[in-house]
Every structure is written in C-alpha cells, then in structure tokens.
Ligand binder design. Structure first.
Ligand code: PMP
Length: 453
C-alpha cells in the first residue's frame, strides 16, 4: 500500500479531493453494506458513494443483468438503437406520465453532471435562448462547466462557471439555521415570499420592463439538498414555490441525481411535495453504481424533436447498453416490490436511534431524515456552532478500521456535507438490515465518545 500511495502522490491528479489523508485506504472488495480493505476489515458504508449504490454492493439481481448484457451487446453509441434504451425511456416516461400527468421523453447521458448539461440545453432551446437561472444557496448540480454555474459554492463557480455569475442563488429553508422563532412551515413560506418579492420591482432585473416577461429561464432545485447537508424543506414549500414560478413563466427543473431512486422512499423525491416538474434529471443509483447512466426527462413541449433536433447532443457512451440494461432491471425490481414502505420504516428506526444518540452527545446539534436520507449536524458543546474540524477528525477516525464490536474490528465510511461541512450525510444501503442499523449506531456512538476525549 505504501508503494501505491507513492504512485498516487506522483501520478494522479489531485483534482478529486482526497478527503481522509491521514488514513488513506485502498478499497479492495465490497459486499452488501460493506467495503473491505486489503486486510479484509469490514467498513460499514453509510454513504454508498453519495447515494449511488442504493441496492447494496454487488446486488445479485442487478449484477446478473450486467453480466447478461456484457455477454450479448455491451456497447452501442447513442446515435444508434438498442432494445434496453427504448424500453427504459418508455418505462421512465410512462411512470412520469402517471405521477405527474404530463407526457414526456427521456434523453440519456453518462454521469449526473452531463445530464444537467443536457437539461440546460433543453431549457435554453425551449425558452428561446435564455441562460439566466435561479438555484438554491447550498445547492449542488455537478462540476462540469454549465453545472458549476448553477452550483452555489462560489469557490468553484468563480473559476469554472461557464455562464459566469449568471445564476442567482435563493435562500433554501434550512430551518435549523433559519431565523429564530419561526416554525419550519413559516420559514418555508418566508423564503418563497422573499423570492416572490424579486418580481415586484423592475430594479431587480428578473424581468424585462419592455415585455414584462421573466428574463430567467428556470429554477434548478434539489427537493432535499444533498451535498448541502441533507436539508429537508417543509412539505408545503415546493407547492408554494411552483405557484410563483408559474405566475412568471419560469420552468421548474428538479435534480434527482442524489435523492432519486428510493433514497427517500419514492422513485423521485419531488413526489413527496405534490408538484409537477417541467424537467427532471437523474443518475447515480439508477444503475446501482454499475455502468454509469444518467438522463433527463422533460415534458413533451421541451424535448420534442422540433425543440431538441437530431444531433443536438450525442455521445459514444450516452445511452450505453450496460447502463440501460441495469437501469431497466432496477426499474423492474422497484415495480415488483414495495420498496417505499420498507425504506420509510427503516428510515424511521434509524432516525429514532440517531435521536437517542443526540440525547447523549450534546455536540449533535440537529438530526433529521426522510426515508434513508439522514443528517447528523456536528456542533460545538453549545449544540449550534458548526464544528467542521471535529467531523473531519471523526470521518478520518472511521477510516482507521479499529472500532470494535464483540471481538471484531470495523471501520465506518462517512460522507461529510453541509454549508459548513459539519454534517454527516447518511445514505446507507436501502436493503440495510436492522442489525446493521444497530451496528451503525454503535459505531457512530464510539466515534462520538472518542471525539469527546
Ligand atoms: N446533482 C446532484 C444533486 C448530485 O448530488 C451530484 C453528484 N454528487 C451531481 C448532480 C453530479 O453528478 P456526477 O457526480 O455523477 O457528475
């Protein structure tokens, strides 16, 4: 491993952040909810690559679909046709039609960021070339140039944001850090009202005084913020927001790349909020972290061949047979079983356990969750001041692989998110067992005890 580490230091770009430099680990193999190092220590994974491996590592049914495809037709470029691409598009579009009451089509790509790029093209085409967008403070949509422009972190946007500073970032109802004395619902309402006020004055430049029409094309939202710290807005929030958008002819584009595919107990997390998006972007868990596949669903008016002409966007691997075959199997699996109820039930059990931990550890400022998207916010002793340093230390400590339960050693893989990078964003395997949730709570408890010393 020392040799590999030396090669990594010399030959790998460090453009990907290497998070836990004190205890770098080379992942060797994986199974279910665990990844293993070369010494075969199990590391309980509570992030599954930011909610990409929702159905567990090496899920037998999905792996079998990948093997079948590998042995028949592993690659066709996106300009050509194969069965799985068409069946998958039809399945996603029909499901959306049932749920959202809108007919639409699907365009595939490889990674999440690329699907966001495709959606930006659709929005531009449909709105006659408008390139101004609204997005949320704390929002994340990817690291390609267009996606960087609508991602809130200024540090990256300043360097790479393709549209310069042409996205405007709107307050998201992050209730734990919101104004004191407001209920969650009141705060959601307050944020929508604050946004609506932008349209009152010509001075704000969100509409053209000559035509009276909005200059902004779309609002990009994550229904539950992912990288922003698994922040769950009040349930009335998106309905109220959508009304303002409709009043001004602004499109709603929903980014389901992290929260989609049953992370919150539904195929798309926006389904919790009772609104119909104009476009919806997905990726990650649709292939359970096997061959990557992403896509954008959009209502017919935005994506028909007149608006999105042949040749607008194609790519060698965009709708690749390996990815589409696994995604199709994922969709079939989800239709056959009631995943939603199981995810909600496990999520409630996990959340109860986290609330118990909070009682014992005053440094846990906030816990919350929807389905198996759970947040634990780490603070100083006052339970409020963000404490990034302690969480960095805890995440690193989890990577040592020396936590003990019974007579067995374990590691813990945690992801860190949030505006202050002080939130454990928990996205466990959706097939996690109660015993594994108990183990997760035990290992987290041990980390809090160590951190307090
Ligand atoms: N949008 C959201 C909400 C995401 O969480 C991510 C990935 N973390 C992306 C977009 C970008 O996806 P990818 O990393 O596959 O490019």
């Amino acid at each position: 491993e020392a040799e590999l580490r030396a090669l990594e230091q010399e030959y790998c770009s460090h453009g990907d952040t290497v998070h836990y430099t004190d205890h770098p680990m080379f992942f060797d193999r994986c199974e279910g909810s665990y990844v293993y190092d070369a010494k075969d220590t199990p590391f309980l994974d509570l992030q599954m690559w930011y909610s990409a491996v929702n159905f567990g590592y090496r899920n037998a049914r999905l792996n079998a679909a990948a093997h079948r495809q590998l042995d028949t037709l592993p690659q066709v470029a996106s300009q050509y046709l194969h069965r799985e691409k068409v069946e998958l598009a039809a399945m996603i579009a029909k499901d959306a039609e049932r749920k959202f009451g809108a007919k639409g089509r699907v365009h595939f790509n490889v990674g999440g960021s690329q699907a966001v790029e495709d959606s930006l093209k659709l929005v531009r085409n449909y709105t006659g070339g408008k390139s101004l967008m609204f997005a949320f403070e704390g929002g994340y949509h990817g690291r390609t140039l267009g996606a960087s422009a609508i991602t809130s972190s200024y540090r990256y946007r300043r360097r790479y944001g393709h549209f310069g500073d042409r996205a405007q970032f709107i307050e998201f109802p992050y209730h734990f850090r919101g104004p004191k004395g407001m209920s969650k619902e009141e705060y959601g309402h307050y944020c929508v009202q604050k946004f609506a006020r932008l349209f009152e004055s010509e001075y704000n430049g969100v509409w053209d005084p000559k035509t009276g029409k909005a200059e902004y094309a779309a609002f990009y939202v994550e229904p539950i913020q992912g990288t922003g710290g698994y922040v769950i807005p009040p349930m009335n929030f998106f309905k109220e927001l959508k009304k303002v958008l409709d009043d001004h002819g602004i499109l709603l584009v929903v980014d389901e790349i992290q929260m989609g595919v049953y992370r919150t107990g539904k195929l798309w997390s926006i389904e919790h909020f009772g609104v119909t998006p104009d476009a919806l972007v997905f990726g990650k868990a649709i292939t359970n972290g096997l061959n990557p596949l992403s896509g954008v669903w959009a209502k017919e008016e935005m994506i028909n061949p007149g608006i999105f002409p042949p040749g607008s966007t194609h790519s060698t691997f965009a709708s690749n047979p390996m990815g589409t075959a696994v995604a199709l199997e994922t969709m079939k699996m989800l239709e056959e079983e009631d995943f939603g109820a199981a995810v909600m039930e496990k999520g409630a059990y996990f959340l109860d356990g986290l609330k118990e931990l909070q009682k014992r550890h005053p440094t846990i400022g906030d816990v919350d969750g929807l389905g198996l998207a759970l947040r634990v916010e780490i603070c100083k002793e006052d339970g409020f001041t963000p404490d990034k340093a302690t969480l960095d230390w805890m995440a690193d400590e989890g990577m040592k692989g020396d936590l003990v339960v019974g007579n067995k050693k374990y590691g813990l893989v945690l992801d860190v998110g949030g505006y202050y990078k002080n939130v454990i964003t928990l996205a466990p395997n959706l097939l996690i067992t109660r015993e594994e949730i108990d183990l997760a709570l035990n290992l987290l408890d041990q980390l809090f005890v160590r951190a307090a010393k």
